[in-house]
Design a protein around this ligand. Sequence first.
Ligand SMILES: O=C(CO)[C@@H](O)[C@H](O)[C@H](O)[C@H](O)COP(=O)(O)O
Length: 193
Amino acid sequence: MHTVSWEQYVCDLSAVMRALSLRDANGQELGSAGLDAWVERTVDLAHGGGCVFFAGNGASASMASHFSADIAKNVRIRSMVFTDAALITCVGNDLSYEDVFSEPLSWQMRQGDMVVLVSSSGNSPNVVKAAKRARELRGTVVTLSAMSPENTLRSLGDLNIYVPAQSYSHAETSHAAILHHWIDAVQRARSLG
Ligand SMILES: O=C(CO)[C@@H](O)[C@H](O)[C@H](O)[C@H](O)COP(=O)(O)O
């Protein structure tokens, strides 16, 4: 069995996280300083009573639920995910799996709300469609992706966070750390931490 020592794993993961890229909608690189812009937008949204939606598949679906709970409980920001079994099976069955995030967004998202879309590959069709729908609805789109730098999702957000992870392990762990970092910062900015 191929093994990597814990020290090597941490070293490789750290390299991936340090190489974080954050680009705006025009493709301009903001680097990790762009995380502050994300925090500011989220604080502004909170002042206006806006909602933060989260979506992703598999491990990213569990992150969506986790961080939706955190932002509501710890930061008192309204939040929603679309992974309720009745909802996802209904939309998946009646329309298609590609619509399971975009369709509920159409019903729930208002101008000025934010959606955080998490996809390691950056190519899951339902996540890509959600990004396009949210833009039509004039919401703020934040994407977290990995794998190929040319992945589809990376060009669809107002803020596009990318880590050059080549494994789901590194991609998912990096995304979870970024989301924790963001919510901690929003919590401090709202003097709730
Ligand atoms: O955790 C893993 C793989 O390690 C899986 O659950 C993974 O999240 C699923 O295969 C997802 O469907 C992958 O979708 P995506 O993150 O590439 O959009």
